[in-house]
Design a protein around this ligand. Structure first.
Ligand SMILES: Nc1ncnc2c1ncn2[C@@H]1O[C@H](COP(=O)(O)OP(=O)(O)OP(=O)(O)O)[C@@H](O)[C@H]1O
Ligand SMILES: [Mg+2]
Length: 390
């Protein structure tokens, strides 16, 4: 199946001459990628799983419930691939209290959420930016905000690189992969934009995976390429109507199979193995969607049970019922935060929190007498139940 996947150009960096890889434009060619046999079966399986995830998400009163938790899950996991250590709990606690012991890591995760929110908003606006390199640059600006000061070195937020970079290894000479020379990057990104907006008849789900590989191979930024490239998948799936909202947390599977993830990216370049990548990627979509379904079902069962418990509790107040409905998108609260969410006075909110604490929905976690923090523990457990599988 030998394919020409691109060509090598000599490039100089830090006094060393290295062979930089310039990929051929999409789609895979000579021969083309065919969605047939095992790839067709994998695509059908992944699409069915995505369909089940959407159904599961529609079971709850508000899509926001899943959107909130699942977007943050993706944010945490995509950042963990890079080595960020913040947990979902750290992030939710920070959002509720403005406090965290892991400031830098939590900020990175919050930046991802902002980058995603920004990009979705642009795409939804009649005159917003189209899904393009420009949009990804703007998303990158938000993703990398303050990253330079945190990690040392200026990562040039929002800017296409103007120097040679490399992936893996301590210097370009022993790198796993040397992306294209900087002067080739703008043209390659323009080609990718054209292909995204062209009429390639491959299934949209498959195309989003190809776009990711191409983006990683171009590696247009000094840092953050993995996260922006995975964000690109999320945006394309929504843009092309594969999903109605970004509730698939695909990074979970990429993280679980990280070695293979990197190997498959490399094999496209070294062997032209787009088929191998596509099978791997579709299996990850399937796995992530199935995980999402089981988490959604757990959450659905839990919230229904807790609602029943609250209804049969003699001390239940209207505010407590309302607060219970708000908890899935605010699973960690303080009394002032509950008051703001409910649009109620502090005493009303405090009473609602107390009622939910009495029936075992909320648990105080700070151990303090003042500025107390309450978590919907069982909900957080349900949301992260699939993470123990490693
Ligand atoms: N052999 C490879 N060929 C092409 N791309 C690769 C290869 N190995 C890893 N990558 C991609 O490069 C990303 C890392 O690049 P970079 O550090 O710029 O991104 P990042 O978002 O900061 O890190 P992330 O690394 O979050 O994993 C990986 O996540 C992966 O998507
Ligand atoms: Mg990085």
């Amino acid at each position: 199946m030998p394919r020409t996947t691109g060509n090598y150009r000599n490039s100089t960096v830090a006094g060393e001459t290295v062979r930089a890889f310039v990929p051929a434009t999409l789609p895979p060619d000579g021969p083309p990628l065919r969605v047939e046999g095992p790839i067709d079966a994998a695509c059908a399986r992944a699409m069915a799983a995505v369909g089940r995830l959407e159904v599961a998400a529609s079971l709850v009163p508000s899509t926001e419930w899943f959107l909130y938790g699942f977007v943050r899950k993706e944010a945490v996991l995509t950042s963990q691939i890079e080595g960020t250590e913040a947990t979902l709990r750290d992030v939710l606690e920070f959002e509720a209290t403005d406090r965290t012991a892991h400031e830098d890591d939590v900020a990175e995760v919050c930046n991802y959420v902002e980058a995603l929110t920004y990009a979705r908003r642009e795409l939804a606006k009649p005159k917003g930016l189209p899904l393009s390199a420009r949009l990804l640059c703007e998303a990158h600006r938000r993703l990398m905000r303050d990253a330079g000061t945190r990690r040392g070195g200026d990562k040039k937020p929002g800017t296409i690189r103007t120097s040679q970079n490399w992936v893996g290894g301590t210097r370009p000479g022993n790198a796993r992969f040397v992306p294209p020379p900087a002067d080739a990057v703008p043209g390659l990104l323009a080609d990718l934009d054209r292909w995204i907006h062209g009429r390639d008849p491959l299934p949209a789900l498959v195309k989003a995976g190809l776009a990711h590989v191409q983006f990683e191979t171009i590696h247009p930024f000094l840092d953050g390429n993995g996260r922006i490239g995975r964000l690109l998948i999320t945006l394309l799936l929504e843009h092309w109507g594969v999903m109605r909202s970004p509730i698939l947390y695909l990074s979970h599977s990429f993280k679980r199979h990280q070695r293979e993830y990197y190997d498959r990216l490399s094999a496209v370049r070294t062997d032209g193995d787009w088929e191998g990548w596509t099978r791997f990627y579709l299996a990850c979509v399937d796995e992530a969607a199935e995980d999402g379904v089981s988490v959604a079902q757990r959450i659905f069962a839990l919230t229904a049970k807790d609602r029943g418990r609250l209804m049969s509790h003699t001390g239940a107040t209207v505010a407590a019922i309302h607060l219970l409905d708000l908890l899935p998108s605010n699973p960690i609260v303080t009394v002032p935060r509950a008051a703001a969410l409910l649009g109620a006075t502090a005493p009303t909110a405090r009473k609602a929190v107390e009622v939910l604490e009495e029936i075992g929905v909320l648990h105080e976690t700070s151990g303090r007498q003042r500025d107390r923090v309450y978590a919907y523990q069982a909900y957080l457990q349900a949301l992260t139940a699939d993470e123990r599988r490693g």
